[in-house]
Design a protein around this ligand. Sequence first.
Ligand code: UD1
Length: 363
Amino acid sequence: MKLLTVVGARPQFVKASAVSRVLRKTHTEILVHTGQHYDRNMSAVFFDELDIPHPDYNLGVGSASHGRQTGEMLIKIEEILLREKPDAVLVYGDTNSTLAGALAASKLLIPVAHVEAGLRSYNKAMPEEQNRVLTDHISHFLFCPTETAVGNLKKEGVTENVYNTGDVMADALFHYREISGRKFESVGLGALNPLFENTSNLNNGYILCTIHRAENTAGERKLENILAALEQLPLPVIFPTHPRIREQLADLQKKHGYKNIRFVEPVGYLYMIYLASHAQKIVTDSGGLQKEAYLLKVPCVTVRDQTEWVETLHGGWNILAAANTEDILQKAARVRPDEAQWRACYGGGDAAEKISRFLSASL
Ligand code: UD1
């Protein structure tokens, strides 16, 4: 069977690495990279360290407004679909690359398989929510990470070809956790040395933070409030920065001279897992990182009004905070998980196997 996979943004490389490894044992896969993420440390690094096959097509779409970016992808993906004539198209998650891949395929009546289907924040102002709702409703196969996601689809009348496979990001984490540990065991936080003058005070514990969502970074105010909280946390904060806020951060750093926050360039997946597993706490607005925190049993504060990964909230492992200084500080002090309430709710690391089997049986 010939499958065509569309990826474009950092978390999709991680998800596709887990699925491609399994799919390619029995199927032919054509890999299309839209070029939505293009910086070396947002893209190539992931292909190298996760051993992802080189993309068959790189569309080089890059950054633009949502409409232009999605539109350019749509035009280029359609051309490739007409040439390659795949049996199905695989898309991941909720980015503009996901929607473009799904829409191009659906218009040509090629079945779309959506991996990470059924997640909802019920906040339609988020570009991700728009992308995932639209993609789910034009997909033929809906591979859900959780029972909650299956239930969300049911509420919208989507019940056919809906499978709870478990989460492919859990597959990736289980697969790479040990590899990451072995790789960074001896160097540890020293890998940050070229970036900091001195990492010694991090050895007594640190908080890992990532913030990049449009809802927290559009305009200066919210980001400034979040940083004010990080500056007052009782442990130093390691903050790998997304390029979209590089300039904003530089301006705010000049204005406030943060001392407790250590901004570093984005790190690869393997080092991110290392940093996450050794952190005292995590503060983030990333869907992937809040779930990795849960799977690694690290307490997490998610700076958002809602989460699609509601299971992480059970037992207080993850707690939501508004983008305001007091709330983040309060929640960071409060996040104290109950070990007894941790549940293995994201599958056993075999989501990719299930996806491959469902596709083989149905196409
Ligand atoms: C996208 C996804 C988001 C996901 C995130 C993962 C959408 C709508 N959003 O957000 O759901 O959580 O990826 O990281 O698809 N930039 C660079 N270099 C890069 C990539 C981006 O400098 O390699 C900068 C550009 O200024 C660009 C901005 O980041 O305009 C935003 O990039 P974009 O791909 O539009 O969205 P993300 O914020 O990365």
